[in-house]
Design a protein around this ligand. Structure first.
Ligand code: G16
Length: 542
């Protein structure tokens, strides 16, 4: 039986950089999740009897919300729901299923790299029919609907057992429980020379993959240890846990410190990698070298043709604005189109759909291609493995030869987390006020050549996104960018992105903090960071 339940709107259901993210107790308020899901169903485009993909990263509260979403889909006219076994689907696997099943969209339950558990974070994200995150027009429509909602529709029947593969029905809607890995692995077979990677591993190449007790565990075990024959134990922390084992499933130098320290040993594995809560981010480490996400994007773009799925070359590259300009140098040298978008994978969707770019990436550990419409952690690892197998060099050799050919872009992101929201807004407002007078100002040896607040006009649909971050460029090309995170759930997070370009190979062996020292000090002066936030140092440096 379908019930229409009266409700009252919440005023805080505005999706951020990547869907609606809040603390679990916030989501547990009566009707909170129901309201948001109904707002999605009311606002999005979907034909009668549409197909909906549902999956999540297995974090605390996933099971409850998946049941709700299925019962609500059944009451809202969907014809079929495709759901991963036990509710598990990595974000890129969900994107792939939306595309292959010709779904009208998908609901991904995840707060990505944010910690989980009863007091941790939870999130709901809607992806559209191309498999990508809903663009701003759609998230705005969902938000508008959430502010006027007076009722939601839900089936009173219980949702089926999601541990059993196969089809069942609820209110006439088919619920299809699928193996979360099979379709994804089939897609990877079409892109990479998995037999060659397997032979490389059999010949003694060693790797470690840290799934961080998050969603990529089953994918990594099936692909790296199963299909590619890496020894058991190659995948660590491979069982998804509701609280990620108490950890923070963010593959960076802070939260993947153990993996990195293993790779820094002289007798460590040749290659290390990690992925995040929902499997879309990646960390790439070689013995003795951590590859920065911006460098990884540039190196992948320069070498993608070595993988069979990209053998014909790539159409172009896109990066988010704060991502370093290392990829731009590859595009310039190879005559490829280059696009600079605001932060958020959703901005790549139109460029990928229009065939303008093949490879996309972000400083926030995201890399991907036109194979799906999300960034893809396991894809990035397989791309690196394919490149390593073909070139037969170490990660370090590949990175250093890339710098010799294209120059090195020293890069760091400094995060100031959970700072007072008013202080953060004040800092950004002050920067914006001073932009017009900044050009020509000197700070030590640095002279400002340009300063602006980034805005983006989508070259495909003409939509405009303003206030996407303050950029200050110095003569010589060094750059500092200030912006507030759109994914935090407490206070505000200030992100300061710093980069310095170095063409001289004799100066490529410096530590990033040394190469960036003057810029870091200048950023504090220009941004008035310590004065306004009361913080002497960032919480996280990536
Ligand atoms: C999300 C977005 C990314 C973005 C990242 C950080 O990633 O999909 O495009 O770069 O957040 O965003 P912000 O700087 O606003 O916090 P994920 O992996 O959290 O879905």
């Amino acid at each position: 039986m379908i019930e229409t339940v009266a409700t009252t709107p919440f005023d805080d259901q505005k999706p951020g950089t990547s869907g609606l993210r809040k603390k679990v107790p916030h989501f547990q308020q009566p009707n909170y999740a129901q309201n948001f899901i109904q707002s999605i169903f009311d606002a999005v485009e979907r034909p009668e009897e549409a197909v909906l993909v549902i999956g999540g990263d297995g974090r605390f509260f996933n099971r409850e919300v998946i049941q709700l979403a299925i019962r609500m889909a059944a009451a809202n006219g969907y014809g079929r729901v495709v759901v991963g076994q036990n509710g598990i689907l990595s974000t890129p696997a969900a994107s792939n299923l939306i595309r292959t099943r010709k779904a009208s969209g998908g609901i991904v339950l995840s707060a990505s790299h944010n910690p989980g558990g009863p007091k941790g974070d939870f999130g709901i994200k809607y992806n559209i029919a191309n498999g990508g995150p809903a663009p701003e027009g759609v998230t705005e429509a969902i938000y508008r609907r959430s502010k006027e909602l007076s009722a939601y529709r839900i089936s009173q029947a219980a949702a089926p057992d999601l541990s059993v593969l196969g089809e069942s029905r609820i209110e006439g809607m088919v619920v299809e429980v699928i193996d979360p890995v099979a379709d994804y692995l089939a897609l990877m077979e079409t892109l990479f020379d998995l037999d060659r990677i397997k032979a490389h591993l059999a010949a003694g190449f060693t790797m470690r993959f840290d799934a961080m007790h998050a969603v990529t565990g089953p994918y990594a075990k099936a692909i790296f240890e199963g299909r590619l024959g890496a020894p058991a134990g190659t995948v660590i922390n491979g069982t998804p846990l509701e609280d990620f084992g108490g950890g923070h499933p963010d593959p960076n130098a802070v939260y993947a410190a153990e993996l990195i320290s293993e790779l820094m040993q002289a007798d460590g594995p040749d290659f290390g990698a990690a992925s995040d809560g929902d499997g879309d981010r990646n960390l790439i480490v070689g013995r003795g070298v951590v590859v920065s996400p911006s460098d990884s994007l540039a190196i992948i773009a320069a070498n993608a043709h070595l993988a069979p799925g990209y053998a014909g070359g790539i159409a172009g590259i896109a990066r988010s604005m704060p991502t370093s300009q290392a990829a731009d140098r590859v595009a310039a040298k190879r005559g490829l189109a280059m696009f600079e978008t605001p932060t958020g994978w959703k901005f790549f969707g139109n460029l990928l759909d229009a065939g303008k770019v093949t490879i996309c990436g972000e400083e926030s550990s995201g890399t991907g291609s036109d194979h799906v419409r999300e960034k893809d952690g396991v894809w990035a690892v397989l791309m690196w493995l394919n490149i390593l197998a073909v070139r037969g060099e170490s990660v370090r050799e590949i990175v250093e030869s890339h710098w010799r050919e294209f120059g090195r872009t020293y890069y760091q992101r400094h995060d100031y987390e959970e700072i007072d929201k008013r202080a953060a807004d004040g800092l950004m407002a002050s920067l914006r006020d001073r932009l017009a007078s900044m050009a020509g100002q000197r700070f030590g040896t640095l002279v400002v050549s340009e300063a602006d607040d980034f805005s983006y006009k989508d070259p495909v649909d003409g939509s405009i996104s303003t206030s996407q971050g303050v950029r200050i460029v110095f003569s010589g090309g060094s750059r500092v960018v200030f912006r507030l995170s759109g994914t935090g759930t407490k206070g505000a997070t200030l992100r300061v992105y710093l980069e310095v370009f170095e063409s001289n190979p004799e100066r490529h062996a410096r530590a990033p903090e040394e190469a960036l020292a003057e810029l870091i000090a200048t950023a504090d002066v220009i941004g008035e960071i310590s004065r306004r936030t009361g913080r002497a140092a960032p919480d996280v440096i990536t």
